[in-house]
Every structure is written in C-alpha cells, then in structure tokens.
Design a protein around this ligand. Structure first.
Ligand code: PHE
Length: 337
C-alpha cells in the first residue's frame, strides 16, 4: 500500500491531484480506515501489531503527501515570480497632470509683476453690496452712469459685482485713513450681457489701487508703462486718452502701441496702430473721503483691466467663450505648467 501511494504521489503534478490521492488513501472510505474499522475482528495479540502498522503506513503516506505539496507549491511560486518579473529598464508611463488655465496664468503673470512693484494681492466678495459696488465709488442711486453696467441684482441692496472696483472702497475703508495702500485685486465680475464672441455675462478683472501722499498721474503712467512692456514686449509704448469713470478724476483709457505691426496699422489694431487695454485714473476725492481718507493729504491712482482681453490679444483668441467652455483641446494649447 505504501509503495502504491508513493508511486501515486510521485506522479501527481498539481495540488488537486494530490488532494484526490489524500482522499483515496487516507479518507473515510480509504484502505487504512478500512483496516482500522476491522480491528474489532482481530485477536488481542494481533491488534497492537496491526494498529501500529496501520498508523505507520498512514503517517508515512501523510508525510509523502506533505513533502510533495511543499514541492508543488514551491514550483508554483517560482513560476509566478518568473511571470511577474519587473523590467526596471522599461520607460515609465506618462502621468496625466492638470495645468493652469490660461486666465490663471495671465493673472499670475500680472500679480507677479505688481508684487515686484510692492503691491499686495487682495480678494473680495463676488456677491457685493450696492454700497461698495456703486455708492462708495461716487455712483449714487440715481446716477446715470449706473447704466454703463447692467447688473444682476440679488435683492435691492445686493448684487453680483459688476467690476472689481468695490475692492478700492473696501481696502481703503480697512486702512482707516492711513496710507500707503497698494493692492491689486483679481476676480470674477458679472454683467447682464448676451454672450457672444466678445461679450460674456461673467468675466474677470484685475483692479489696481495705489494711495499715498504725493501720488500723481505721472506715477500711474510710469506703472502702466512697466506693465505694458512686461506683458506685451519691451518696445511697447503707451498713450493715455481722456475718458470718464465716476470714481476717478481725471479718467483715462490706456492704449499700447500695436505689438503686431509696431504702430503702422494692421488688422489687430484695426489700422490705428494702437490697442485699447484698460481704464484708469486718479482716485476721485469723493471716493477717498467716503472711505475715510483725507483727499487734501492723500491722492492715488486706480486701474482696471480684463485678463480675457489681454489673453485674447496676446494669443490671438477670437472668441471669449473659449475660456469658459473647458474644451480640453483649447486649454492644452496653453499648458505651461
Ligand atoms: N471699473 C472700471 C470698469 O469696469 C475700470 C476702472 C477701474 C476704471 C479703476 C478706472 C479705475 O470699466
């Protein structure tokens, strides 16, 4: 019996067959169990001898099976390790990363420049009080210039801010009449416009404000010149045209010399040689006064620009809606992260 088991075990080549062998030889219906069951029919003298023999054979077969099992398992493990071998010389898979949105990059670029000029970055609420959005900016309730900006009202006194200029009033107020105040404030703004290639009901602005003793229009011009050259090339020149905003006096609009044709006239500047970039001016004395600053001591300048417009000019983007529709093919083109 032992010989036969040995042969069987030897030829077994997987765990399933080995288990069958165990059942056949050592199981409830196996020959050893049969022998042990028949012990009652044996004589007193035969019992211990046969019992001993049966146990020996059972143990021997059990050991054989265990040895074989260990052997098969070792072989399986080896084969598994073989098949899962890692080729460390294989080039890595490319990890898909996100990237900065083009508008975020433009804002970052402007922020970095102004931080270098001693400004700090401030952010304010998009849901704004009528007071900060209009009144504190020298736009009383019945002022006709409110029509310049169609607004989304939440209640009679609360609206989605139509520009980032309320941060002028908020920041001045927080400084309690003491300069210097030098901030830029990027953020989303909202206007009741029908969306098309050049209009969006939601877009972004970057506000700048600088208030201190002896701040003059020439300071504004100097800062804007640095800005224009930084963003559009060292050869850019700027010009200031008279304009109107209720919260600045005098008010100006700034043009840069066309970066495409250098001022001779082309399709980008529509033949004029100049491209309008932003609105600016000297902070109106009423604005200073309402926010707790003495206009006979302090003066300042402010400006507001649209990062979408800057990006569209700089990269030749013809539709403002590209910024908000999240087409990955559009966004990836500006992947500089
Ligand atoms: N808030 C103005 C606008 O949205 C821009 C501006 C800002 C003009 C600061 C002057 C000074 O059109």
């Amino acid at each position: 019996l032992r010989e036969k088991a040995l042969e069987n075990v030897k030829s077994a080549d997987d765990l399933k067959k080995l288990q069958d062998i165990r059942v056949n030889f050592l199981g409830k219906k196996g020959p050893i169990t049969e022998v042990l069951k028949g012990m009652g029919k044996l004589t007193k003298e035969e019992r211990p001898v046969i019992g001993q023999l049966a146990n020996d054979v059972r143990n021997a077969i059990g050991t054989l099976i265990e040895e074989k099992r260990a052997e098969i398992e070792a072989r399986l493990l080896e084969r598994k390790l073989e098949s899962e071998k890692i080729d460390v010389t294989l080039p890595g898979r490319k990890v898909q990363t996100g990237s900065h949105h083009l508008l975020a990059s433009v804002i970052r670029e402007v922020e970095d420049l102004f931080i270098g000029l001693g400004f700090s970055v401030a952010e304010g609420p998009e849901v704004e009080e009528d007071y900060y959005n209009f009144e504190a900016l020298n736009l009383p309730k019945d002022h006709p210039a409110r029509d310049m900006q169609d607004s989304f009202y939440i209640t009679e006194d609360i609206l989605m801010r139509t520009h980032t200029s309320p941060m002028q009033a908020r920041t001045l107020e927080a400084h309690k009449g003491k300069g210097p105040v030098k901030i830029i404030c990027p953020g989303k703004v909202y206007r009741r416009d029908n969306d098309d290639a050049t209009h969006s009901h939601q877009f972004m602005q970057i506000e700048g404000l600088c208030v201190d003793k002896n701040i003059r229009l020439s300071d504004l011009k100097g800062v804007l010149t640095v800005f224009a050259k930084h963003m559009f090339g060292a050869e850019r020149e700027i010009r200031l045209r008279p304009s109107f905003f209720p919260f600045t006096e005098p008010s100006v609009e700034m043009d840069i010399s066309c970066f495409r044709c250098g001022g001779h006239g082309c399709s980008v500047c529509k033949g004029t040689g100049w491209i309008e970039i932003l609105g600016a001016g000297m902070v109106h004395p009423n604005v200073l006064r309402m926010s707790g600053f003495d206009p006979s001591v302090y003066t300042g300048f402010a400006f507001g620009m649209g990062p979408e417009r800057i990006a569209m000019l700089k990269y030749g983007i013809e539709d403002i809606r590209h910024f908000y529709t999240d087409d990955i093919r559009f966004l990836k083109q500006f992947d500089r992260a």
